[in-house]
Design a protein around this ligand. Structure first.
Ligand code: PLP
Length: 384
């Protein structure tokens, strides 16, 4: 959708700059739209057009509920520049997107939880590829962060307005959109706002990884049973409502810490604001050797299932490590042989301090975990 009928020159970001690709639902019947949350669908059928643009150009309506309510979902994945990639490569992929299937699956799960209709997975893949092509043209050989965003769309748009129980979803202009079944949201038209942002990887992250992290344990204020009891709280969903997570990080910074591990009100270890917690124990075996147990908190305690944790666990299992799932308490972290925060962008960062107290670190285990993550195995199921 360009302003004139002249095809615009493709946008190429300068060095260090970002590029955005909008997934724009085509006008007309949304026959190719997927059901809320579905990641399956036609590879390149009608329904969604891609538009590559400069992210500095205004594009989102002020009524978009992603902005006004944080009502949307997102994913952040990374793309590794492949050898020989560079400007004008045109052929072949200049990047390898890491764990793309897992991220798309989680985007679909999050969208399903929020009942936001989603373009099919192939459209997201194509948008990411288009963004990475444009990014590579201006940033040859530079690794990228690829952020996928889907919002509920503007208030008042058919299907994008407020939820009204019954047969219709009423936009603020009074327009009615028929619902497929009473009590459900609007039909699965692509009424949201969808984009992919491709940016360079921040250099500061590697330094933080090298240094290790001073972490504060902070109460999330909910108990570990809340996810099951109160699904409307969207625990364990990658929704756009990250203001609390960011506030926790600012609080940690004000106390001289680098990061946070949330705990539940009943004392369980949960997750970081943007990361999964891992801990390891070295366990003496009967034959005199030492085994390793790698443990992550219980998913049912209301945490986001991490794609990095999943892929690390798959490789650790292949390497003969034991895998464990919480419940974990802060004392388990204090007694561990190593504690890490892991995520797609930050990778594996060792925790050096918990609430100001130094804890054991194991650089050998850190290196092994980084190696596991780099294997890019298909993650297995997160445990209970
Ligand atoms: N937990 C939370 C709350 C997150 O926001 C993230 C990532 O941003 C993670 C865990 C780690 O997930 P992944 O390894 O898939 O990046």
């Amino acid at each position: 959708m360009t302003e004139s009928s002249q095809p615009a020159a493709p946008f190429v970001p300068g060095p260090g700059e970002s590029v955005v690709v909008y997934l724009e639902p085509d006008a007309g019947p949304a026959s190719s739209a997927s059901s809320p949350g579905s990641a399956d669908g036609p590879a390149d059928g009608p329904g969604v057009s891609l538009r590559v643009d400069d992210p500095r150009r205004p594009a989102i309506l002020v009524t978009d509920q992603g902005l006004t309510r944080g009502d949307g979902v997102f994913e952040t994945m990374t793309a590794v520049a492949t050898e020989g990639s560079g400007s004008g490569s045109g052929t072949g992929a200049p990047f390898r997107v890491r764990k793309e299937d897992s991220h798309l699956a989680r985007l679909a799960t999050s969208a399903e939880a929020l009942e936001i209709p989603l373009p099919p997975a192939p459209a997201w893949r194509q948008a990411a590829a288009a963004g990475l092509d444009a990014f590579a043209a201006g940033n040859p050989g530079v690794d990228a962060v690829v952020k996928l965003v889907a919002t509920r769309g503007p208030e008042g748009a058919p299907g994008g307005g407020h939820y009204v129980r019954g047969a219709a979803d009423v936009g603020s202009d009074g327009e009615l959109a028929e619902a497929t079944e009473p009590g459900l949201l609007a039909p699965p038209h692509l009424t949201g706002t969808y984009w992919v942002l491709v940016s360079p990887v921040s250099r500061g992250l590697a330094a933080a990884r090298e240094r290790g992290l001073k972490v504060l344990l902070l109460d999330r204020g909910v108990d570990s049973g809340v996810a099951e009891r109160a699904p409307w709280l969207l625990m364990g969903t990658k929704s756009l409502s990250y203001a609390v997570n960011m506030a926790a990080l600012r609080y940690a910074a004000s106390q001289g810490a680098d990061d946070v591990i949330f705990t539940s009100s009943d004392g369980q270890v949960l997750e970081g604001p943007t990361s999964t917690v891992l801990m390891a124990r070295r366990i003496p075996q009967q034959d005199g050797s030492t085994g390793i147990e790698l443990i992550t908190p219980l998913r049912s305690s209301g945490i986001l299932p991490g794609t990095s944790q999943g892929t690390i666990f798959a490789a650790a299992q292949a390497a003969g490590w034991q895998l464990g799932y919480g419940p974990l308490e802060p004392s388990d972290l204090v007694d561990a042989d190593g504690v890490w925060l892991v995520s797609s962008v930050r990778l594996v960062a060792p925790v050096t301090h918990l609430d100001g107290e130094e804890i054991l670190q194991d650089p050998e285990l850190t290196e092994l975990l980084n190696g596991f993550l780099a294997e890019d195995r298909e993650p297995g199921e997160h445990g209970p």
